[in-house]
Design a protein around this ligand. Structure first.
Ligand SMILES: *Cc1c(COP(=O)(O)O)cnc(C)c1O
Length: 449
């Protein structure tokens, strides 16, 4: 492959090394199957023509690869969590025909998210689990299945707007439930919940994690377990939208204060919802865990069919959950988003030094600086992740914005923060194996700008 990659570069084929690798691998696959079928093929001009044809697709893609040098680990605009290699391989394997809705033992029809449901239960300690398109969908489904045509209670302290016009009061209404607002912006009491639950028409009580802002000053709310107990007494399910969803909550750097799925269940919340592509570190998905009868109620709701996951996403999710099932330490080491969060200055500083030195040697003005990374995606919005990066100044006579644009327009595009008269490359969110590629892209952009 390395020889072919060099040959592709020599021939000046369109696209970068990764695009070449994909085109070469696909063409080689075809060549192998031709050979198996008894049609001999050679690495001749026909081979290269096919590689070239394939390159007309990938390099022209608008949704293409990027290098995230922003230091924001879960960058929504760059696709949130980077997948683990296991998740990528699983998705690829499921992309053709896949054992999706069939039980291979009996050959009979099976449930498509059986494995994911079992893993969710295993990892969180809940009885059952369900996966849908994203957390927004999970929440809409929960409210619709439990309170459609009825009422849903939500405190004014948790009337969150997540972004992209996703606002809790509207979510409740769009799910077909009547919203009962309780408390004030800064305070809500247990008695407010008790008073709302006097209404026999309440289908569920909703709690929403304030994932993108904090409440300070004269504030107050009941504890989760107090609300849970009250709901239990009144026979009304309590749904907790956690958002980022730390599974067990063992001191994830930068996310120590994020409520965990395990803690929410322990406090007595009935259904807990969270995203697959935030702190779980997997593909986009909305995950719901809780007692079997409630999860079944959601599963059998008509909406579930409209919100279901594609086979490749289910495969990537199963792989990611399997990594978590191996234990917390394993997940921290193998799930890229978690690994990036845990990176310390001791690991980032030498990489930043090496990058700055190489850039300077190539005539690009650069120096190491302290960086403040973020978890991103609304999780722990105030917390900085101390890191190291490289401040790159634009070439003489080039505006910073033009330089930043040149970086973004590279293949792959480099996305970084503009700050202090330059572009800051935070190495936290760059795979160490790609430091050299980043370096080459920066040098190329400086030449182009
Ligand atoms: C991120 C978030 C959502 C939306 O989740 P998606 O997976 O993006 O749909 C909903 N609620 C909370 C509290 C969140 O943090």
């Amino acid at each position: 492959m390395n020889e072919l990659l060099d040959a592709a570069a020599e021939r000046g084929l369109a696209g970068g090394r990764e695009a070449h690798r994909a085109a070469l691998a696909a063409t080689l696959d075809r060549l192998r199957s031709d050979c198996r079928a008894g049609t001999a093929r050679e690495l001749d001009e026909g081979f290269w023509q096919e590689v070239d044809d394939r390159l007309q697709v990938l390099p022209a893609m608008r949704l293409r690869e990027a290098l995230n040098a922003t230091g924001v680990v879960l960058h929504t605009n760059l696709g949130r969590a980077p997948w683990a290699p296991e998740a990528i391989a699983a998705a690829q394997a499921a992309s053709g025909a896949a054992v999706l809705e069939v039980d291979p033992q009996s050959g009979r029809r099976g449930r498509r998210e059986r494995a994911v449901s079992a893993l969710l239960a295993e990892i969180t300690g809940a009885e059952a689990g369900l996966a849908v398109n994203n957390n927004a969908a999970a929440l809409t489904l929960a409210v619709a299945a439990l309170a459609r045509g009825r009422s849903c209670v939500l405190a004014r302290t948790e009337m969150v707007e997540i972004g992209g016009a996703y606002r809790m009061p509207e979510v409740v209404r769009s799910a077909g439930a009547r919203l009962i607002e309780i408390g004030t912006t800064n305070r809500v009491h247990l008695r407010d919940y008790a008073a709302a639950l006097e209404d026999p028409d309440v289908g569920c009580v909703l709690r929403v994690h304030r994932s993108n802002f904090e409440l300070h000053g004269f504030t107050g709310e009941p504890e989760a377990h107090e609300i849970a107990q009250l709901c239990r007494e009144r026979g009304v399910p309590l749904v907790y939208d956690l958002g980022s969803g730390v599974l067990r909550g063992a001191g994830l750097p930068g996310a120590e204060e994020e409520p965990s799925v395990a803690a929410a269940l322990q406090a007595g919340c009935d259904l807990v919802t969270f995203s697959g592509d935030k702190l779980l570190g997997g593909p986009q998905a909305g995950l719901i865990v809780g007692p079997k009868p409630l999860v079944e109620k959601l599963r059998s709701d008509m909406l579930t069919r409209s919100l279901r996951l594609d086979k490749t996403l289910l495969a990537a999710l199963e792989a990611t959950l399997s990594l978590h099932a191996l234990g917390e330490e394993h997940a921290l080491a193998r799930v890229p988003a978690l690994r990036q969060l845990a990176l310390g200055v001791d690991e980032l500083a030498p990489r930043a030094e090496a990058l700055a030195t190489a850039l300077v040697a190539a005539g690009v003005s650069a120096r190491v600086i302290e960086t403040a990374g973020r978890v991103g995606s609304g999780a722990a919005p105030i917390r900085d992740l101390e890191g190291r990066g490289v401040l790159v100044e634009p070439p003489a006579g080039v505006e910073i914005d033009a330089f930043a644009r040149a970086l973004r327009m590279g293949r792959p595009g480099v996305f970084a923060r503009v700050q202090d008269g330059g572009v800051v490359l935070d190495l936290r969110t760059i795979d160490p194996q790609r430091d050299a590629e980043l370096q080459a892209l920066v040098i190329a952009a400086a030449k182009r700008a």
